[in-house]
Design a protein around this ligand. Structure first.
Ligand code: GLN
Length: 486
């Protein structure tokens, strides 16, 4: 795939283009194309030009890093001071946080340029981005199909060259699955590797900010900048990753132990299965050792995820009461009615469904039967993954059991949608990192994605594997023509 960030940084450094000029190119591309893809739900163009002027000053003083002066986007659930951040929900209409998320402050300090906020499933609950209050983003590869979700707007923006990279959030697959649907790269870091401060909470023990980009190298450059411990996030971890972007070439595939869990390949069609197994073959041909493993607990991952995620969501979303944030109904008789009307009118159906499911599994009499049991099974999954990583360096699996759904497919049944998260949720439950890389198109010309999964804090290893694959595999997924192409 295409590396964008280093070549752009080179052009900026040599003054072939200024950050203001580059930003203006993206602004006009967004003005022209956003109506086609509905990738952005709000834009911050004035601020972007200010950011870009500041970046040009930094560049002239020789300051910053590879991201200095390069535009990007944040998912609509990542806070930035004074900018609309609505989680694509009516209930957060008009909400402007008064502080920056840690990821954005880190990027801003390096002179990054924010173009706006990208579309998503409401409160990140979904797998198609169709639950957005602003309507679904469309997949640039085929606009009759969804982008995936929930970070669908970011994936569409990166795919359609309306942003060089995007930050998304991944609670159960929301960076990796839209990346795979749009044929780009999606990195979900280890839980705790990137600060969640300023990420609006969905399932706090699962949420993680991740990167959507055009190439593995681009993802590594962004990860190198946003990772690290943060005093504002007590779950963030102090781990020295070194510079991953500079070490992508350093891995020797020879002797690499790749685990293939048969359960991961059950229920996916033959075409996808052989695409992923061919990809694995490339590693094998270069000396990797393939280890067949069994992960029977994988089957339990989906109910465990939907119990824990909904339980945490029901608690996290309790704060939307019409008093402190966003939407409030026009008429009400007392506080109780105001809260009731705010929540009834402000939340969409899927969010309400999850709040109800979560409240149910936490309620007395059901807590032991559902929530507690899910937490115990989570421990089993963590133990099983730990054991696998005693013998395997990485696991390779499909990112999703399917390529991009046609639009409105999610209307069929919520459970069908939940089932489609089977491949991604185990990673969040166990807190390990994974990267989704595009493999090839299916017979409908829709991209198939593959996940490379590692043990906690093995970002370097999984990205090195992904880089090896990207460099050596042949693919028919074309570079997108349109948007900003330099
Ligand atoms: N599709 C999953 C869900 O709806 C994952 C969403 C996410 O990662 N934010 O919960």
């Amino acid at each position: 795939m295409r590396e964008l960030i280093s070549p752009m940084a080179q052009m900026l450094k040599s003054r072939e283009i200024s950050s203001v000029e580059l930003t203006e190119k993206y602004i006009s591309a967004i003005e022209q194309d956003n109506k086609k893809y509905n990738a952005y739900v709000s834009t911050t163009f004035e601020k972007a030009i200010e950011n870009a002027k500041n970046a040009d000053d930094m560049l002239s003083r020789g300051e910053g890093n590879l991201l200095t002066g390069i535009p990007m986007t944040l998912k609509d659930n990542i806070c930035s001071d004074g900018d609309l951040t609505t989680c694509a929900s009516k209930i957060l209409t008009g909400f402007r946080p008064y502080y920056d998320s840690t990821v954005w402050s880190k990027l801003k300090a390096q002179g990054a340029v924010m173009l706006g906020k990208t579309n998503m499933d409401e409160f990140a609950m979904g797998s198609t981005s169709e639950t957005s209050y602003y309507g679904a983003p469309l997949n640039p590869r085929n606009v009759e199909h969804v982008t995936g979700g929930s970070s669908g707007g970011g994936a569409a923006a990166v795919c359609a060259n309306l942003a060089p990279y995007a930050l998304g959030s991944d609670t159960g697959g929301s960076v990796r699955q839209p990346a795979s649907f749009c044929g780009i790269v999606g990195l979900k870091p280890t839980y705790g590797a990137v600060s969640r401060y300023g990420l609006i909470a969905y399932g706090s023990s699962l949420d993680q900010i991740g990167v959507l980009a055009n190439s593995v190298k681009d993802s590594a450059i962004v990860f190198d900048t946003i990772s690290g411990v943060d005093e504002n996030d007590q779950t963030s971890v102090d781990f020295d990753f070194g510079s991953i972007a500079d070490s992508l070439d350093e891995m020797d595939v020879k002797g690499l132990k790749i685990g293939i869990a048969k359960e991961y390949f059950e229920g996916i069609n033959d075409e996808m299965k052989s695409a992923i197994l061919d990809a694995v073959k490339l590693f094998e041909d270069n000396g990797a050792e393939i280890i067949d493993i069994s992960l029977p607990v994988l089957k339990q991952a989906l109910p465990v995820y939907y119990i824990i995620a909904c339980a945490e969501a029901s608690s996290n979303l309790g704060r939307y009461d019409g008093i402190r944030y966003g939407y409030r109904p026009e008429s009400f008789n007392d506080v109780e009615e105001m809260i009731l009307k705010t929540r009834t009118e402000g939340f969409g159906d899927e969010v309400k469904r999850r709040i109800m499911l979560g409240t149910y599994v936490l309620s007395s009499g059901y807590y032991d039967a559902y929530y507690k049991k899910a937490c115990l099974l989570r421990e089993n999954l963590i133990a099983d993954f730990d054991e696998i990583f005693n013998t395997c360096d990485v696991l390779i699996a499909p990112t999703a059991p399917n390529t991009a759904f046609p639009l409105n497919f999610s209307g069929a049944s919520p459970v069908d949608m939940y089932l489609s998260d089977i491949a991604t949720v185990p990673i969040n439950i166990t807190g390990v990192p994974a990267i989704s890389v595009p493999v090839k198109n299916d017979s409908n010309s829709l991209p198939i994605g593959m996940q490379i999964i590692g043990k906690k804090f093995s970002e370097k290893t999984i990205m090195q594997c992904a880089y090896f694959f990207e460099k050596n595999a042949e693919t028919d997924i074309e570079e997108f023509k349109g948007g900003v192409v330099l």
